[in-house]
Design a protein around this ligand. Structure first.
Ligand SMILES: [Fe+2]
Length: 376
């Protein structure tokens, strides 16, 4: 049973303008966001709440942020006197804010690659800047986790940072912000939260609380997601997905992710497959794979989600993925032949993630899971 630290993030479920105004911190602020949000006027809206003289705007974040870009941006901001960071955007935006928070506060001149590595950094003290996270997607759960992920596109590597100090101090959860996202992007984000929940349940580090949070997350997501396409602006559905994302973020804060995420990383670095898609397409087959060594938690999960048996739940999961057209979406990113599985097979085993999986995978298992998920 894994011990946990109590989660220090203040969660606010209310309108983002009022919530931000009520929780501002004295001093200069670095606002981290994307070019799209600036273009759409959200940054101007935010500057009506935060004194514009006190704000420095970094609006260059894109999906799957590149570690070398972040390193250059850190050089640019290193002599600024910030007191806190506001991050408004999806998981990538919050992750960049976490990297800024960690490295700008430590004022270190060493290469950030020393701290970002496959294992991440989990020990030692750091005076990270407080972060106010305002998520605009429902998937990463980054608003409540102590993790940040950056990517090396040239090196085909994924870099992790894990430190309690980078967990946001405040997360403002206003579902209206997620309604700007189109259906496909919303789906891909939601698949990430579903993956976090499953990966946290079939995880060797799970405890009663992480399993409860993950189960509640799946319960909400499975009710909301099938209705989303036809009701894209439904604020209740958006709110359910936002809470589901937060709950699975809490769950992986305890357990970290496992084999589906391990498999996903080279698919993102080699083929540019969006993270939520790459980390979820194996879930139905992984459910069956882990059933072979279930200690009762997957049986209990199936029952708690309202299914008579694990077989019935497995069928539901397979049907859901067919209805959501996951297979055809992911294949649009992949080469036509199947040789790529063999060529990146070794990279699909990241020990720090794969070893968390309930059932220990062999290389042949990983190849079979990927093949069966896509081509059977
Ligand atoms: Fe993820």
């Amino acid at each position: 049973m894994n011990n946990i630290h109590y989660m220090p993030t203040k969660l606010i479920f209310d309108g983002w303008r009022k919530s931000l105004k009520d929780n501002l911190i004295n001093g200069n602020c670095l606002l981290v966001t994307t070019p799209g949000f600036r273009k759409r006027g959200l940054v101007d809206e935010l500057c009506k709440v935060v004194n514009p003289d006190r704000i420095c705007i970094h609006d260059k974040v894109t999906a799957n942020p590149e570690i070398y870009d972040v390193s250059n941006w850190l050089d640019y901001y290193k002599n600024e006197d910030f007191k806190y960071i506001i991050s408004i955007g999806g998981g990538s935006t919050i992750d960049v804010a976490k990297a800024f928070s960690f490295f700008l506060a430590s004022n270190s001149s060493k290469d950030i690659l020393d701290d970002f590595n496959d294992k991440g950094r989990s020990k030692g003290k750091s005076n990270a800047y407080p972060i106010i996270a305002i998520p605009t997607t429902s998937g990463s759960g980054s608003e409540v986790t102590p993790f940040a992920t950056l990517w090396g596109k040239r090196s085909h590597k994924k870099y992790s940072l894990c430190h309690d100090s980078i967990r946001p101090s405040i997360a403002i959860l206003d579902p209206i912000l997620t309604t700007t996202l189109n259906y496909e992007s919303s789906l891909i984000s939601a698949l990430d939260l579903i993956s976090h929940a499953f990966e946290s349940i079939w995880n060797r580090n799970a405890n009663s609380l992480s399993i409860l949070n993950a189960t509640n997350s799946l319960s909400l997501a499975f009710k909301a997601l099938p209705k989303l396409k036809e009701n894209i602006n439904d604020i209740n559905l958006r709110s359910q997905l936002q809470v589901a994302s937060c709950l699975s973020g809490m769950a992986i804060s305890t357990t970290k992710t496992s084999l589906a995420h391990s498999i996903s990383y080279p698919l993102t670095t080699h083929f540019g497959i969006p993270h939520g898609l790459a980390s979820s397409f194996t879930l139905p087959k992984l459910f069956k794979f882990n059933l072979a060594e279930d200690d009762g938690r997957l049986v209990k999960l199936s029952e708690q989600l309202g299914y008579k048996s694990v077989v019935e739940f497995e069928l539901f999961l397979m049907d859901l993925f067919i209805d959501l057209e996951i297979n055809s979406i992911i294949k649009s990113y992949l080469p036509n032949n199947q040789n790529w599985i063999e060529s990146i097979c070794d990279d699909m085993y990241t020990p720090e993630r794969a070893e968390n999986n309930l059932r220990a995978p062999k290389t042949e298992d990983i190849k079979a899971l990927v093949y069966q998920s896509l081509y059977c």
